[in-house]
Design a protein around this ligand. Structure first.
Ligand SMILES: [Zn+2]
Ligand SMILES: [Zn+2]
Length: 140
């Protein structure tokens, strides 16, 4: 069985499709993710390039951070971040897009399995998931 996720930004101009399973669904607390996404942690999924169809270039802004090699792809019309690219290079799609496409709930099969860079956190999280001080759990 293969699942297909049809995702979009808020206004619907930037659309993505993801097939099957992500490589990982996680929370990342590193300073780079916090800066790139403007949140206290990244809640997202990382996908192999051959499993996703990304938005057409005409609908998005490709923003590279000024001081590091991290990119954020944003809808030109509504400003919602539809994916990012950073270590290890795979497209990272925020959980929020899957929630939007699924009546507000994260699909159960996409539940995050770990925390990365927990030592860098600005918010404690009281759950039972494994917490990696750095990137060890992802081999980083
Ligand atoms: Zn939009
Ligand atoms: Zn991170």
């Amino acid at each position: 069985m293969s699942t297909t996720y049809r995702l979009s930004c808020d206004c619907g101009n930037a659309t993505l499709t993801a097939h099957g399973e992500p490589e990982v669904s996680l929370y990342c607390h590193c300073g780079s993710c916090r800066a790139l996404y403007g949140t206290v942690m990244l809640a997202g999924t990382a996908w192999r390039d051959d499993k996703v169809e990304l938005p057409e270039a005409e609908h998005i802004i490709d923003y590279k951070m000024s001081d590091r090699d991290m990119r954020r792809f944003v809808c030109k019309t509504c400003g919602v971040t539809v994916y990012g690219r950073h270590k290890p290079g795979m497209p990272v799609i925020p959980h929020s897009l899957f929630r939007k496409a699924n009546g507000g709930e994260l699909p159960a099969e996409l539940a995050p399995t770990l925390h990365l860079f927990y030592r860098d956190r600005v918010l404690d999280v009281a759950d039972d998931l494994p917490k990696s001080d750095g990137g060890e759990l992802m081999g980083m």
